[in-house]
Design a binder for this molecule. Structure first.
Ligand code: PEP
Ligand code: MN
Length: 339
């Protein structure tokens, strides 16, 4: 794969001629911008020397460089500027650190509305809550399905919060898309390529969580599946990986945040709840994530964690969440961000 770097402020007709030549050679061009320059990514296998020879003679072409990373559309080489995801008044990946919060699972109308009011009041912008739950045991609560989605939509109506919720299979995409503002791919599905390909055809932003046994490169290759199928709106999420440590549910790979921000232009958030499995660790780890450059957080909040049908031990009570939000403002300000 190659990147054609166009000269600054290139003429539309020159740009068009380069795109046409790329298509005539049988490749798909992908356009991005770097300051005043257009960049054109050429994806596909082929004779790079031949492509270079054909394009370098065209008007407006400054240089043609190979893309060194295996992930292409996700890479900063192809897209040097940060990508932002605009959802009306909420922008993910911009100056503001965006907090998504709510229960692990939608359990009932009352439970969800109570949590939604509380996280809204504390300053969260997006409500989380699973209607389809990927549980380790088939005997555990599996989620309310469409009823849960209806409650999420009602909570959005009441609070103005946007909704992020998980989609577990290709067959559920149409249904979940009808209710969600952001569709979440859970850790267990990070390498479900059929699901990723279908979500690449969706119009919703996708929150892609890192698999519990996946490398950073594998995460970025999974993002590439969504991007290369036509959906540019991907948010990455570090949620802890499996290590030998047993005292926490997972081990938060904090270095993944700056590492990915260097390699990739997509917004990157952290899930301190699944990363630690312990509510006492959620606040300090959230602060560390913001300090490390995360564009947002996704935090589990439940009004009665002791009664939660899933992930109670890692869920914050609303008053603890509220206090954390206040503290996070200071951390965000210290690293030049808002919250
Ligand atoms: C979740 O966010 O509810 C969840 C199941 O997380 P993960 O896929 O990261 O385990
Ligand atoms: Mn959970």
């Amino acid at each position: 794969m190659l990147i054609v770097v166009m000269k600054p402020r290139v003429m539309v007709k020159d740009m068009g001629a380069v795109l046409k030549k790329i298509e005539d050679m049988g490749y798909q061009p992908h356009i991005s911008r770097s300051g005043e320059r257009n960049l054109i990514g050429i994806i596909g296998e082929g004779n790079e020397e031949k492509i270079k020879d054909s394009l370098s003679v065209l008007e407006g072409v400054e240089q043609i460089v190979p893309l060194s990373q295996p992930f292409k559309l996700a890479s900063r080489e192809f897209h040097p500027e940060d990508s932002t995801i605009n959802l009306g008044p909420v922008v993910i990946g911009g100056e503001e650190v965006v907090v998504m919060a709510g229960p692990c699972a939608v359990e009932s109308r009352e439970q969800l509305l109570e949590a939604a009011e509380a996280v809204k009041e504390a300053g969260a912008k997006i409500l989380r809550g699973g209607a389809f739950k990927p549980r380790t045991s088939p005997y555990s609560f599996q989620g309310l399905g469409e009823k849960g989605l209806e409650y999420l939509a009602e909570a959005r109506e009441r609070t103005g919060l946007l909704i992020v919720t998980e989609v577990m299979s290709t067959g559920d995409i149409t249904l979940v898309a009808r209710y969600a503002d952001i569709m979440q791919v859970g850790a267990r599905n990070m390498q479900n390529y059929a699901l990723l390909q279908e979500l690449g055809k969706a119009r919703h932003p996708i929150l892609l969580k890192r698999g519990m046994m996946s490398s950073v490169e594998e995460l970025l290759m999974s993002a590439e599946y969504i991007l290369s199928n036509g959906n540019p709106r991907v948010i990455l999420c570090e949620r802890g990986i499996r290590t030998f440590e047993k005292m926490t549910r997972n081990t938060l790979d904090i270095s993944a945040v700056p590492l990915i921000k260097n390699l990739c232009h997509l917004p990157m958030i952290v899930d301190p709840s699944h990363a630690t499995g312990k509510w006492e660790l959620v606040a300090p780890v959230s602060k560390a994530a913001v300090a490390a450059g995360a564009d947002g957080l996704i935090i589990e909040v439940h009004s009665h964690p002791e009664e939660a049908l899933s992930d109670g031990p890692q869920s914050l009570k609303p008053e603890v969440f509220k206090k954390l939000m206040e503290e996070l403002k200071k951390v965000a300000a210290a690293v030049g961000r808002k919250l």
